[in-house]
Design a protein around this ligand. Structure first.
Ligand code: PEP
Ligand code: MN
Length: 350
């Protein structure tokens, strides 16, 4: 439920509403708006205290929030959320491009790729140090060494780094090295992990679960927000369907649907969605045209010999070409590809 305060409500009246909400066993959250303050009321059946709250001085109305994902719905927060990732603003209207290899394979590979994508104009760098793999015998990442290489790549290029965290126990460690924590598709409904990243001090990139409906995906985001972390960026990365021509089916319509339902930013990962290098640039451009807040693209200096996801990884040259076409398309759409923060600002995650 949202309690709308009068435009002229005094701080004492706001404090009084908050006290009453708490005394009745609900959780109040102050939500400053463009012209008036609202107080969100969380808990089971807040409608039961509606009449009592409406009688308090300074209260104009109390309206139910119809969606089950209370805090990530636009009903709760009509303005778009802008997530600050160590100086990169995701969701401010600009188009953020996160690029890098599927996995951190070696220091040399990571530093070379980071330099290449930075030169091409990427806004952030990606790379997996802890890899979720379908087979236990596949390469599963360099772990702590991988995190160290990513941190060095940030120092060299200035690009903030996003990397996946697989378990609640690793959240603290990954937060020490990364600017943003990725929750992958296989963990999108791992509620213990969602709660753990909800308690983390880093923004979260939440991939859509392999077979998640949009409602399930938004409820997963709600777990993170409800546990204290409002800085969530959603990532559409394709879902499982009967179609076998592509690795997954990119649900581009999810972009405008999510934008209408939620205030959270949403980006698109055409690499995992399609699984095939030639399909990545056209779907990346389609994501920009569909109104996404950005992209996540896999890039590898030698895709034929990549330890994971080589078939969907762009070469640095193909990535640079894609960036050029995105910049040209952005002009036609009255948008801009976001630039990276300066190396000095990004050298230490804030
Ligand atoms: C990845 O980004 O490398 C990854 C494993 O993604 P997803 O969880 O979407 O498969
Ligand atoms: Mn991958």
């Amino acid at each position: 439920m949202l309690v709308l305060m009068n435009v002229q409500a005094t701080p004492a009246q706001v404090a009084n509403v908050i006290k009453h909400v708490r005394e009745r066993g609900f959780e109040p959250i102050e939500l400053p708006g463009a012209d008036r303050l609202a107080i969100g009321v969380l808990g089971s059946n807040p409608g039961s205290i509606r009449d009592a709250i409406c009688d308090l001085p300074g209260v104009v109305d109390a309206i139910p929030v119809s969606k089950p994902y209370k805090q990530v719905t636009r009903e709760w927060h009509p303005e778009p959320t802008v997530v600050d990732v160590s100086g990169v603003n995701v969701g401010d209207g600009s188009f953020v491009v996160i690029a890098g290899p599927c996995a951190v394979e070696s220091r040399e590979q990571v530093l070379a790729t980071a330099r290449d994508v930075a030169d091409a104009g990427a806004t952030m760098f990606r790379g997996g140090a802890f890899k979720p793999r379908s087979s236990p015998y596949s390469f599963r990442g360099l772990g702590l060494d991988g995190l160290r290489h990513l941190a060095e790549a940030r120092e060299v290029t200035g690009l903030p780094v996003v990397t996946e965290v697989l378990t609640p126990a690793d959240v603290e460690l990954v937060s020490e090295f990364a600017d943003m924590l990725q929750v992958g598709t296989r963990n999108a409904q791992n509620f213990a992990l969602l709660e753990a990243v909800g308690g983390a001090r880093r923004p979260v990139l939440l991939k859509r679960g392999l077979s998640n409906t949009i409602e399930e995906w938004l409820l997963a985001a709600e777990y993170v927000v409800a546990h204290g972390n409002p800085n969530v960026v959603l990532c559409e990365r394709g879902i499982r369907t009967f179609e076998a021509a592509t690795r997954n089916t990119l649900d581009l319509s999810a972009v405008p649907v999510v934008k209408s339902l939620s205030h959270l930013p949403v980006i698109v990962d055409p690499s995992h969605a399609t699984g095939h290098r030639p399909l990545v640039p056209p779907m990346a451009r389609a994501a920009l045209a569909a109104g996404a807040d950005g992209l996540m693209i896999e890039v590898h200096p030698d895709p034929e010999n990549a330890l994971s996801d080589g078939a969907q990884s762009l070469t640095p040259a193909a990535f640079a070409e894609l960036m050029g076409s995105l910049r040209r398309l952005a002009v036609a759409l009255d948008r801009q590809v976001a630039t990276a923060p300066s190396p000095m600002r990004a050298a230490t995650p804030g």
